[in-house]
Design a protein around this ligand. Structure first.
Ligand SMILES: Nc1ncnc2c1ncn2[C@@H]1O[C@H](COP(=O)(O)OP(=O)(O)O)[C@@H](O)[C@H]1O
Ligand SMILES: [Mg+2]
Length: 364
Protein backbone atom coordinates (compact mmCIF):
# COMPACT_ATOMS: atom_id res chain seq x y z
CA UNK A 1 0.00 0.00 0.00
CA UNK A 2 1.26 3.48 -0.83
CA UNK A 3 2.07 5.69 2.08
CA UNK A 4 0.54 9.08 1.36
CA UNK A 5 2.10 11.86 3.42
CA UNK A 6 -0.25 14.73 4.05
CA UNK A 7 1.49 17.97 5.03
CA UNK A 8 -0.68 20.50 6.80
CA UNK A 9 -0.64 23.50 9.12
CA UNK A 10 2.43 25.44 8.12
CA UNK A 11 3.90 28.85 8.74
CA UNK A 12 1.46 31.03 6.82
CA UNK A 13 -1.63 32.96 7.90
CA UNK A 14 -3.65 30.11 6.42
CA UNK A 15 -2.36 27.59 9.00
CA UNK A 16 -5.82 26.79 10.35
CA UNK A 17 -7.47 26.62 6.91
CA UNK A 18 -4.80 24.12 5.90
CA UNK A 19 -5.70 21.86 8.84
CA UNK A 20 -9.35 21.99 7.76
CA UNK A 21 -8.33 21.05 4.19
CA UNK A 22 -6.27 18.10 5.46
CA UNK A 23 -8.94 16.85 7.88
CA UNK A 24 -11.48 16.84 5.08
CA UNK A 25 -9.10 15.04 2.71
CA UNK A 26 -8.33 12.32 5.25
CA UNK A 27 -12.00 11.41 5.35
CA UNK A 28 -12.21 11.18 1.56
CA UNK A 29 -8.99 9.22 0.83
CA UNK A 30 -9.57 5.52 0.23
CA UNK A 31 -8.02 3.77 3.24
CA UNK A 32 -7.76 0.51 1.30
CA UNK A 33 -5.44 2.12 -1.24
CA UNK A 34 -3.44 4.56 0.82
CA UNK A 35 -1.97 4.58 4.27
CA UNK A 36 -2.19 8.20 5.36
CA UNK A 37 0.81 9.63 7.20
CA UNK A 38 -0.18 12.88 8.87
CA UNK A 39 2.57 15.47 9.16
CA UNK A 40 1.72 18.72 10.90
CA UNK A 41 3.92 21.80 10.65
CA UNK A 42 3.54 24.36 13.42
CA UNK A 43 3.60 28.12 12.98
CA UNK A 44 7.31 28.31 13.78
CA UNK A 45 8.13 25.63 11.21
CA UNK A 46 8.48 22.57 13.51
CA UNK A 47 7.45 19.25 11.93
CA UNK A 48 5.47 16.55 13.80
CA UNK A 49 4.06 13.16 13.01
CA UNK A 50 0.44 13.42 14.16
CA UNK A 51 -1.21 10.31 15.50
CA UNK A 52 -4.33 11.97 16.81
CA UNK A 53 -7.64 11.40 15.07
CA UNK A 54 -8.62 14.42 13.00
CA UNK A 55 -12.12 13.40 12.05
CA UNK A 56 -14.83 16.00 12.27
CA UNK A 57 -12.51 19.03 12.27
CA UNK A 58 -14.59 21.26 10.02
CA UNK A 59 -14.72 24.70 11.55
CA UNK A 60 -12.27 27.46 12.44
CA UNK A 61 -13.90 27.45 15.86
CA UNK A 62 -12.80 23.87 16.61
CA UNK A 63 -10.46 24.05 19.63
CA UNK A 64 -8.45 21.11 18.31
CA UNK A 65 -6.92 23.45 15.71
CA UNK A 66 -4.80 24.99 18.47
CA UNK A 67 -3.64 21.76 20.08
CA UNK A 68 -3.30 19.26 17.26
CA UNK A 69 0.22 20.31 16.26
CA UNK A 70 2.57 20.98 19.21
CA UNK A 71 3.76 24.58 19.36
CA UNK A 72 7.26 23.45 20.30
CA UNK A 73 7.12 24.83 23.84
CA UNK A 74 7.14 21.33 25.28
CA UNK A 75 3.80 21.88 26.97
CA UNK A 76 1.30 19.04 26.66
CA UNK A 77 -0.71 19.89 23.59
CA UNK A 78 -3.40 17.27 23.78
CA UNK A 79 -2.46 14.67 21.21
CA UNK A 80 0.09 12.10 20.25
CA UNK A 81 2.69 13.89 18.13
CA UNK A 82 6.30 13.00 17.55
CA UNK A 83 8.86 15.53 16.26
CA UNK A 84 10.26 14.60 12.85
CA UNK A 85 12.75 16.29 10.60
CA UNK A 86 12.07 17.12 6.96
CA UNK A 87 14.97 14.82 6.13
CA UNK A 88 12.96 11.87 7.52
CA UNK A 89 10.26 12.30 4.88
CA UNK A 90 11.67 9.88 2.25
CA UNK A 91 11.76 7.11 4.89
CA UNK A 92 8.25 7.86 6.15
CA UNK A 93 6.22 8.23 2.95
CA UNK A 94 6.10 7.30 -0.74
CA UNK A 95 4.33 10.45 -1.89
CA UNK A 96 3.58 13.86 -0.40
CA UNK A 97 0.40 15.87 -0.82
CA UNK A 98 1.15 19.36 0.48
CA UNK A 99 -2.21 20.53 1.80
CA UNK A 100 -0.54 23.81 2.73
CA UNK A 101 -1.74 27.24 1.70
CA UNK A 102 0.22 30.48 1.35
CA UNK A 103 3.91 31.27 1.88
CA UNK A 104 6.26 28.35 2.72
CA UNK A 105 3.73 25.79 1.48
CA UNK A 106 2.23 26.92 -1.78
CA UNK A 107 4.97 29.22 -3.06
CA UNK A 108 7.64 26.81 -4.29
CA UNK A 109 9.75 26.62 -1.15
CA UNK A 110 8.19 23.34 0.02
CA UNK A 111 8.18 22.01 -3.53
CA UNK A 112 11.92 22.77 -3.70
CA UNK A 113 12.49 20.84 -0.50
CA UNK A 114 10.55 17.84 -1.83
CA UNK A 115 12.49 17.92 -5.12
CA UNK A 116 15.72 18.02 -3.16
CA UNK A 117 14.60 15.03 -1.11
CA UNK A 118 13.57 13.23 -4.34
CA UNK A 119 10.04 12.61 -3.08
CA UNK A 120 7.14 12.69 -5.57
CA UNK A 121 4.46 15.21 -4.65
CA UNK A 122 1.13 16.57 -5.79
CA UNK A 123 0.59 19.90 -7.49
CA UNK A 124 2.64 22.50 -9.30
CA UNK A 125 6.43 22.45 -9.39
CA UNK A 126 8.93 24.93 -7.95
CA UNK A 127 8.97 27.71 -10.53
CA UNK A 128 5.24 27.65 -11.27
CA UNK A 129 4.38 27.71 -7.57
CA UNK A 130 6.73 30.62 -6.89
CA UNK A 131 5.56 32.67 -9.84
CA UNK A 132 1.90 31.94 -9.14
CA UNK A 133 2.25 33.33 -5.61
CA UNK A 134 3.57 36.61 -7.03
CA UNK A 135 0.89 38.99 -8.25
CA UNK A 136 3.40 41.13 -10.20
CA UNK A 137 5.06 38.22 -12.03
CA UNK A 138 1.77 36.54 -12.93
CA UNK A 139 0.26 39.71 -14.36
CA UNK A 140 3.37 40.48 -16.39
CA UNK A 141 3.58 36.97 -17.81
CA UNK A 142 -0.12 36.77 -18.61
CA UNK A 143 -0.11 40.22 -20.23
CA UNK A 144 2.82 39.19 -22.41
CA UNK A 145 0.94 36.06 -23.45
CA UNK A 146 -1.95 38.26 -24.54
CA UNK A 147 -4.19 37.19 -21.66
CA UNK A 148 -6.47 39.82 -20.12
CA UNK A 149 -5.41 41.36 -16.81
CA UNK A 150 -6.69 44.58 -15.28
CA UNK A 151 -4.69 47.82 -15.23
CA UNK A 152 -1.94 47.73 -12.62
CA UNK A 153 1.26 49.37 -11.41
CA UNK A 154 4.08 47.69 -9.48
CA UNK A 155 5.46 49.64 -6.56
CA UNK A 156 8.67 48.92 -4.65
CA UNK A 157 9.35 50.02 -1.06
CA UNK A 158 12.73 51.53 -1.93
CA UNK A 159 11.33 53.73 -4.71
CA UNK A 160 8.40 54.78 -2.58
CA UNK A 161 10.67 55.79 0.29
CA UNK A 162 12.87 57.79 -2.05
CA UNK A 163 9.96 59.64 -3.71
CA UNK A 164 6.53 58.95 -2.23
CA UNK A 165 4.85 61.89 -4.04
CA UNK A 166 6.22 60.84 -7.41
CA UNK A 167 5.18 57.21 -6.97
CA UNK A 168 1.68 58.20 -5.94
CA UNK A 169 1.41 60.60 -8.90
CA UNK A 170 2.38 57.73 -11.19
CA UNK A 171 -0.34 55.48 -9.75
CA UNK A 172 -2.94 58.26 -9.99
CA UNK A 173 -2.18 59.08 -13.59
CA UNK A 174 -2.13 55.40 -14.62
CA UNK A 175 -5.19 54.21 -12.72
CA UNK A 176 -7.18 57.00 -11.03
CA UNK A 177 -9.44 55.95 -8.13
CA UNK A 178 -10.59 53.68 -6.62
CA UNK A 179 -7.69 51.23 -6.62
CA UNK A 180 -6.75 48.04 -4.83
CA UNK A 181 -3.40 47.91 -3.03
CA UNK A 182 -1.90 44.47 -2.42
CA UNK A 183 1.35 42.93 -1.21
CA UNK A 184 2.83 41.09 -4.22
CA UNK A 185 3.33 37.83 -2.34
CA UNK A 186 0.65 36.82 0.07
CA UNK A 187 -2.89 35.50 0.05
CA UNK A 188 -6.06 35.34 2.10
CA UNK A 189 -6.62 39.04 1.42
CA UNK A 190 -4.09 39.92 4.15
CA UNK A 191 -2.68 43.44 3.71
CA UNK A 192 -5.11 44.23 0.87
CA UNK A 193 -7.18 47.40 0.86
CA UNK A 194 -9.33 49.48 -1.41
CA UNK A 195 -8.31 53.13 -1.68
CA UNK A 196 -10.70 55.82 -2.82
CA UNK A 197 -8.43 58.88 -2.42
CA UNK A 198 -4.78 59.96 -2.23
CA UNK A 199 -4.97 59.76 1.56
CA UNK A 200 -6.47 56.26 1.38
CA UNK A 201 -3.79 55.19 -1.07
CA UNK A 202 -1.03 56.35 1.31
CA UNK A 203 -2.64 54.35 4.12
CA UNK A 204 -3.10 51.32 1.89
CA UNK A 205 0.55 51.43 0.81
CA UNK A 206 1.75 51.72 4.43
CA UNK A 207 -0.42 48.75 5.39
CA UNK A 208 0.67 46.55 2.47
CA UNK A 209 4.34 47.42 3.05
CA UNK A 210 4.09 45.69 6.43
CA UNK A 211 3.86 42.41 4.53
CA UNK A 212 6.04 42.83 1.46
CA UNK A 213 8.51 45.26 -0.07
CA UNK A 214 6.90 44.76 -3.49
CA UNK A 215 3.32 45.89 -3.98
CA UNK A 216 0.81 45.93 -6.78
CA UNK A 217 -1.78 48.65 -7.19
CA UNK A 218 -4.70 47.81 -9.48
CA UNK A 219 -7.64 49.55 -11.03
CA UNK A 220 -10.78 48.59 -9.16
CA UNK A 221 -13.01 46.49 -11.37
CA UNK A 222 -16.71 46.59 -10.57
CA UNK A 223 -17.11 42.89 -10.99
CA UNK A 224 -18.58 39.51 -10.29
CA UNK A 225 -15.97 37.04 -9.05
CA UNK A 226 -15.79 33.77 -10.97
CA UNK A 227 -13.46 30.83 -10.49
CA UNK A 228 -12.67 27.55 -12.17
CA UNK A 229 -10.39 24.60 -11.51
CA UNK A 230 -7.70 23.22 -13.80
CA UNK A 231 -6.31 19.70 -13.65
CA UNK A 232 -3.48 18.13 -15.65
CA UNK A 233 0.20 18.21 -16.53
CA UNK A 234 0.62 19.27 -20.14
CA UNK A 235 -2.83 18.12 -21.21
CA UNK A 236 -5.27 19.99 -19.07
CA UNK A 237 -8.96 20.02 -18.30
CA UNK A 238 -11.01 22.69 -16.59
CA UNK A 239 -13.94 22.20 -14.23
CA UNK A 240 -17.25 24.01 -13.93
CA UNK A 241 -17.24 27.77 -13.30
CA UNK A 242 -18.39 28.99 -9.89
CA UNK A 243 -19.15 32.38 -8.41
CA UNK A 244 -18.17 33.88 -5.07
CA UNK A 245 -20.62 36.40 -3.72
CA UNK A 246 -18.81 38.09 -0.82
CA UNK A 247 -20.85 39.45 2.05
CA UNK A 248 -18.43 42.37 2.55
CA UNK A 249 -17.52 45.16 0.12
CA UNK A 250 -14.79 42.88 -1.18
CA UNK A 251 -13.68 39.35 -0.48
CA UNK A 252 -11.51 40.13 2.54
CA UNK A 253 -10.19 37.71 5.19
CA UNK A 254 -13.31 37.88 7.34
CA UNK A 255 -15.71 37.22 4.48
CA UNK A 256 -13.47 34.41 3.19
CA UNK A 257 -13.32 32.36 6.32
CA UNK A 258 -15.73 33.63 8.93
CA UNK A 259 -18.68 35.23 7.28
CA UNK A 260 -21.53 32.85 6.70
CA UNK A 261 -23.09 35.48 4.43
CA UNK A 262 -20.54 34.80 1.69
CA UNK A 263 -22.10 32.53 -0.92
CA UNK A 264 -20.48 30.02 -3.24
CA UNK A 265 -22.62 29.39 -6.31
CA UNK A 266 -21.82 26.35 -8.44
CA UNK A 267 -22.36 26.46 -11.34
CA UNK A 268 -22.30 30.24 -11.72
CA UNK A 269 -25.37 31.78 -13.28
CA UNK A 270 -23.64 33.08 -16.44
CA UNK A 271 -24.13 32.56 -20.18
CA UNK A 272 -22.62 29.39 -21.63
CA UNK A 273 -20.13 31.26 -23.81
CA UNK A 274 -18.87 33.31 -20.84
CA UNK A 275 -18.23 30.04 -18.98
CA UNK A 276 -16.50 28.60 -22.03
CA UNK A 277 -14.30 31.69 -22.36
CA UNK A 278 -13.37 31.53 -18.66
CA UNK A 279 -12.47 27.85 -18.89
CA UNK A 280 -10.38 28.51 -21.97
CA UNK A 281 -8.54 31.43 -20.34
CA UNK A 282 -7.96 29.38 -17.16
CA UNK A 283 -6.31 26.59 -19.12
CA UNK A 284 -4.09 29.09 -20.95
CA UNK A 285 -3.19 31.00 -17.79
CA UNK A 286 -2.19 27.69 -16.16
CA UNK A 287 -0.20 26.35 -19.12
CA UNK A 288 1.74 29.54 -19.69
CA UNK A 289 3.04 29.22 -16.12
CA UNK A 290 3.83 25.52 -16.69
CA UNK A 291 1.13 24.39 -14.28
CA UNK A 292 1.28 20.75 -13.19
CA UNK A 293 -1.24 18.82 -11.15
CA UNK A 294 -3.94 21.32 -10.33
CA UNK A 295 -4.83 24.94 -9.59
CA UNK A 296 -7.79 27.23 -9.19
CA UNK A 297 -7.89 30.28 -11.45
CA UNK A 298 -9.88 33.33 -10.33
CA UNK A 299 -11.50 35.90 -12.59
CA UNK A 300 -13.27 39.24 -12.57
CA UNK A 301 -16.27 39.65 -14.84
CA UNK A 302 -16.79 43.40 -15.26
CA UNK A 303 -20.45 44.23 -14.69
CA UNK A 304 -20.80 47.16 -17.10
CA UNK A 305 -18.85 45.72 -20.02
CA UNK A 306 -18.87 41.93 -19.63
CA UNK A 307 -15.07 42.00 -19.96
CA UNK A 308 -13.20 39.16 -18.30
CA UNK A 309 -9.90 39.67 -16.41
CA UNK A 310 -7.75 36.98 -14.85
CA UNK A 311 -7.16 37.95 -11.23
CA UNK A 312 -4.98 35.20 -9.83
CA UNK A 313 -4.05 31.55 -9.77
CA UNK A 314 -3.95 29.53 -6.55
CA UNK A 315 -1.77 26.46 -6.85
CA UNK A 316 -3.02 24.93 -3.58
CA UNK A 317 -6.55 26.26 -3.23
CA UNK A 318 -8.78 25.61 -0.23
CA UNK A 319 -9.41 21.88 -0.27
CA UNK A 320 -12.15 21.02 2.20
CA UNK A 321 -15.16 19.23 0.79
CA UNK A 322 -17.02 22.55 1.06
CA UNK A 323 -14.33 24.55 -0.76
CA UNK A 324 -14.79 25.99 -4.22
CA UNK A 325 -12.16 23.85 -5.98
CA UNK A 326 -13.56 20.41 -5.04
CA UNK A 327 -17.13 21.66 -5.59
CA UNK A 328 -16.23 22.79 -9.13
CA UNK A 329 -14.86 19.34 -9.93
CA UNK A 330 -17.81 17.59 -8.36
CA UNK A 331 -20.05 19.66 -10.62
CA UNK A 332 -17.88 18.60 -13.58
CA UNK A 333 -18.37 14.94 -12.63
CA UNK A 334 -15.22 14.23 -10.60
CA UNK A 335 -16.04 13.49 -6.94
CA UNK A 336 -13.79 14.68 -4.12
CA UNK A 337 -12.03 11.35 -3.39
CA UNK A 338 -11.31 10.73 -7.07
CA UNK A 339 -10.02 14.27 -7.47
CA UNK A 340 -7.41 13.62 -4.79
CA UNK A 341 -6.40 10.34 -6.46
CA UNK A 342 -6.10 12.05 -9.83
CA UNK A 343 -3.73 14.64 -8.32
CA UNK A 344 -1.62 11.83 -6.85
CA UNK A 345 -1.46 10.12 -10.26
CA UNK A 346 -0.44 13.38 -11.95
CA UNK A 347 2.27 13.86 -9.34
CA UNK A 348 3.66 10.39 -10.01
CA UNK A 349 3.48 10.98 -13.77
CA UNK A 350 5.54 14.11 -13.43
CA UNK A 351 8.00 12.36 -11.11
CA UNK A 352 8.56 9.50 -13.50
CA UNK A 353 8.86 11.65 -16.59
CA UNK A 354 12.32 10.53 -17.59
CA UNK A 355 13.83 13.82 -18.67
CA UNK A 356 12.87 15.45 -15.46
CA UNK A 357 14.53 12.77 -13.32
CA UNK A 358 17.67 12.70 -15.45
CA UNK A 359 17.97 16.45 -15.55
CA UNK A 360 17.88 16.44 -11.79
CA UNK A 361 20.67 13.93 -11.52
CA UNK A 362 18.67 10.91 -10.44
CA UNK A 363 19.55 8.68 -13.38
CA UNK A 364 17.23 7.31 -16.07
N1 LIG B 1 -8.62 44.94 -9.02
C1 LIG B 1 -9.66 44.59 -8.26
N2 LIG B 1 -10.91 45.05 -8.51
C2 LIG B 1 -11.95 44.70 -7.73
N3 LIG B 1 -11.86 43.89 -6.66
C3 LIG B 1 -10.65 43.40 -6.34
C4 LIG B 1 -9.50 43.71 -7.13
N4 LIG B 1 -8.45 43.06 -6.61
C5 LIG B 1 -8.91 42.40 -5.54
N5 LIG B 1 -10.22 42.59 -5.36
C6 LIG B 1 -11.04 42.02 -4.26
O1 LIG B 1 -10.15 41.62 -3.20
C7 LIG B 1 -10.19 40.21 -3.02
C8 LIG B 1 -8.80 39.67 -2.68
O2 LIG B 1 -7.89 39.98 -3.72
P1 LIG B 1 -6.95 38.86 -4.38
O3 LIG B 1 -6.14 39.54 -5.43
O4 LIG B 1 -7.81 37.73 -4.83
O5 LIG B 1 -6.00 38.46 -3.20
P2 LIG B 1 -5.77 37.10 -2.39
O6 LIG B 1 -4.57 36.47 -3.01
O7 LIG B 1 -5.48 37.56 -1.01
O8 LIG B 1 -7.00 36.26 -2.52
C9 LIG B 1 -10.78 39.67 -4.31
O9 LIG B 1 -11.39 38.43 -4.13
C10 LIG B 1 -11.77 40.78 -4.67
O10 LIG B 1 -12.94 40.68 -3.87
MG1 LIG C 1 -8.10 35.76 -4.18
Amino acid sequence: MRRLGLLFGGRSGEHEISILSAASMIEAIDGNRYEIVKIGINKSGGWYLIEKDMSGIESLDDDRLKTLIPDGSGAQTGGAAKPVSPGDIPALVDFVFPALHGPYGEDGRMQGLLETLNVPYGGCGVACSAVAMDKIFTREIWARAGLPVCGHVALFAEDYKADPGGEIDAVESALGYPVFVKPANLGSSVGISKAKSREGLKEGIAEALKYDRRLIVEECVNCRELETGVLGNRQVLSAAVGEIIPAAEFYDYESKYRDAGTAIVVPADIPADTAKEIKNLAEKAYCVLNGEGFARVDFFLERETGRIFINEINTIPGFTKYSMFPLLWKEAGLPYGELIERIVELGYERYFSENHRKANGFGG
